[in-house]
Design a protein around this ligand. Structure first.
Ligand code: ATP
Ligand code: ZN
Length: 702
């Protein structure tokens, strides 16, 4: 689906400054003109009639010749006197040959072997004529077409070769034009080609719509905002998995505000030639400023926005970095009141260079998630509208049939169903057509390993409910925000989101409670299904780190004592251990003991709350997302609740233990800014915090 989309996006109309590939015709024309010139030149030199040296001598002796030109030392051109031209002897011959009637040009020419010998002959012939009456000659060097070609042809061929090469290299681009290589490839929707999409066409995504509403207001009336000194963001980042409507929402903003919309993909900037990306960025902003107020939409900004390499030996991709730098410069360079708003989309915000996310650039992140069952119903309603439907088709039912589908996939289902119905010669699209369409789309997704089976969904539901219940009944665990089994991204099948307390010191009890909460998923799986799955990978990774920190960093273990092996100057503790083999063994044992004890405690708790676990899991299977108040309704108020307004963090279920999963963090982990650790009141730099987070118990994401 996402792929289909991209295909469509390429077909957008091009900006007028990049006309559709006239280069080929231009070159053909140039060659033709060259040929014509060459031929006329050839023609001109042979416009006179060829004669012999004997005939010439006769002409000379009859006193009919007025002057001579020796061309390139091998050809003599003969000019006759006016009165001689009236002579029938010449007139008839010249006219029959279609040569000049009278006048300027030479009438005859003949070849000679060398200019020197001809000059001698000429002198001899005119020996008896007085010097002032003799026929003179001028010397001339001329290039004929053949010479011309020999001299220049090679160069022309070379040019052609180069041109073809360039076409190859830039093929796939906007016709691969040499001259437009530095021009932006943005598709433009303006006056003649307006964006007609409005918020009506974007189903669900209410929060996101609310967030962009401000941008719409601003674009509609920029001065209203700037007069009051209000600060309008220059850019917003739309973050979410493919096909969830990021492009659609950006277009809707343009449609609502009725402003021009420049659309392009991050990869459009990148070309193998140095400086091209930067030139394209500048060109894009120049065009945008001319059309302000307007929106620039950059899809897949990660293509240019990845972290710049920091003094690495290889230096990374310089061209991409140049492009990114010029984007940063352009974004800094225009004032907020210039009326250009940049929206960008990505599904990997974690890979973006932090410079892009600084204030004054993409300082807003709008997260666009896969829809839950209600969202899917709304999206179905949008895409069912243009179809002729049989009465048995129901958007709600369809939404229930399509867990994990993004908007693009739903659009695809509706389209497929219509095609299937047409093939079956039906008057209306009915439920059976939709069933088959859903199967077909799932088939496509299954190939991409993107769809979960009902059994898996059940496991995920119990796993997440386990996290939720454990957290609910553990005193020191963070309060729950929501728990979801709507898959996010590639790796996470579900997640639970919590409000972490704003605190910098943790007691052992708190750490143990957090570990139990993280183990709630696996414990629930074991209790309910009698077996465990690989879905707890990131949970286990997290608690293992926590347990090691308890023992080796915070001196919280009685066997090891008040010792910390943590070295603030060394982020990787696995090498050069400052302890003996015996201590290493004790550490390993203690870590295992801590985890086992926590696991047993969690299992006991969930066993005691088996009924609550069941209710929450069932509700989760039906509704896919449950919020704090849903849990209150289902299992009663949380015994030790304190109201907190801190930022959320998450615990999730992993799909399986594949390599990519191991490498991939939980989606929310990069979606949300992470809680930073603070020591002695000195704030950590971003890098420090990131490095610390890996080893710290205070890591706030699960
Ligand atoms: N919320 C929605 N409401 C209605 N239609 C939607 C919604 N989300 C997606 N769609 C449908 O899916 C299509 C593709 O969505 P869009 O291109 O905006 O996704 P995207 O998030 O930009 O994906 P990508 O990351 O692949 O670019 C839309 O043209 C629309 O038909
Ligand atoms: Zn989990």
């Amino acid at each position: 689906m996402a792929e289909n989309n991209k295909g469509n996006k390429k077909k957008k109309p091009m900006i007028p400054s990049t006309p559709p590939r006239p280069t080929m015709q231009l070159w053909m024309l140039a060659v033709l003109i060259l040929l014509i010139f060459g031929l006329t030149y050839l023609n001109k030199s042979s416009a006179s009639v060829e004669t012999t040296q004997q005939d010439f001598e006769e002409m000379l002796l009859s006193n009919d010749v007025s002057k001579l030109t020796i061309v390139n030392g091998n050809l003599v051109e003969v000019y006759l006197k006016e009165e001689a031209l009236q002579n029938d002897k010449y007139k008839a011959e010249l006219e029959s040959r279609g040569s000049f009637t009278v006048g300027q040009g030479p009438q005859y020419h003949f070849k000679i072997i060398s200019a020197e010998s001809f000059k001698e002959d000429l002198e001899k012939l005119q020996e008896n004529i007085p010097k002032d009456q003799r026929v003179g000659y001028t010397l001339d060097t001329r290039t004929g077409f053949a010479d011309f070609f020999l001299q220049w042809g090679f160069l022309i061929l070379l040019l052609f070769g180069f041109w073809f090469l360039m076409r190859r290299v830039t093929a796939g681009g906007a016709g691969g034009q040499i001259f437009n290589i530095g021009k932006s490839k943005a598709a433009l929707f303006d006056a003649e080609n307006k964006v007609k999409i409005t918020f009506k066409d974007v189903a669900g995504l209410e929060e996101a719509k609310e967030e962009v509403q401000e941008i719409v207001e601003f674009l509609k009336n920029p001065s209203k905002f700037t007069i009051l000194g209000g600060k309008i963001p220059k850019g917003a980042l739309l973050v979410g998995p493919p096909g969830t409507g990021k492009t659609l929402l950006a277009k809707a903003v343009a449609g609502e505000a009725d402003v021009p919309f420049f659309s392009l993909s991050g990869s459009d900037f990148v070309e193998m030639f140095v400086g091209v990306g930067a030139a394209r960025v500048r060109d894009l902003f120049k065009q945008a400023k001319a059309k302000a107020p307007c929106i620039i939409f950059i899809d897949e900004i990660d293509a240019i926005g990845r972290h710049r390499s920091r003094g690495q030996i290889q230096g990374g991709n310089d061209e991409r970095e140049n492009t990114l730098n010029s984007l940063l410069v352009e974004m800094d360079g225009f004032a907020t009141d210039s009326g250009v708003i940049i929206l960008a989309a990505t599904n990997r915000p974690d890979t973006l260079d932090s410079a892009l996310l600084r204030p004054g650039r993409f300082d807003r992140q709008i997260s666009i998630d896969k829809p839950d069952i209600n969202g899917r119903t709304e999206i179905f309603n949008v895409h069912l509208k243009p179809l002729t439907l049989a009465p048995d088709v129901d958007a709600k039912k369809l939404a229930a049939q399509t867990p994990g589908f993004a908007g693009a996939e739903i659009a695809n289902v509706c389209n497929e169903a219509a095609l299937i119905a047409a093939r079956r010669n039906k008057k209306a699209v009915d439920q059976q057509d939709f069933n088959d369409a859903v199967d077909r789309v799932i088939g496509g997704l299954e190939k991409k390993n993107k769809i979960i089976s009902p059994e898996e969904k059940k496991i995920v539901a119990y796993h997440e409910a386990g996290h939720a219940i454990a957290g609910w009944f553990l005193e020191h665990a963070d309060p729950l925000v929501k728990v979801s089994i709507v898959p996010r991204g590639v790796a996470a099948l579900g997640y639970a989101q919590y409000l972490p307390k704003e605190q910098f010191l943790y007691t052992t009890e708190q750490l143990i409670d957090e570990m139990c909460m993280a183990l709630g998923g696996r414990a629930a799986e074991e209790i309910v299904f009698g077996k465990i799955s690989t879905g707890a990978l990131s949970d286990l990774e997290r608690i293992t780190k926590m347990a090691y920190s308890i023992v080796t960093m915070y001196g919280m273990n009685s066997k090891i004592g008040n010792v910390s092996f943590y070295d603030s100057k060394q982020s990787d503790m696995t090498f050069n251990k400052p302890y003996s083999e015996a201590t290493a063994e004790t550490i390993d044992n203690e870590v295992r003991n801590i985890i086992e004890a926590a696991y047993q405690r969690t299992k006991d708790l969930l066993m005691a709350k088996r009924h609550e676990l069941e209710i929450v899991s069932q509700e989760l299977l039906q509704k896919e997302i449950l919020f704090q108040n849903d849990l209150e309704r289902l299992v009663g108020k949380r015994p030790f609740d304190t109201l907190t307004t801190y930022q959320a963090h998450t615990a999730g279920t992993d799909r399986s233990e594949t390599k990519s999963d191991l490498e991939q963090k939980h989606p929310l982990e990069h979606g949300l800014p992470t809680h930073k650790e603070q020591e002695n009141g000195t704030p950590l730099t971003e890098e420090e915090a990131a490095a610390r987070q890996d080893n710290s118990v205070n890591s706030r994401t699960a």
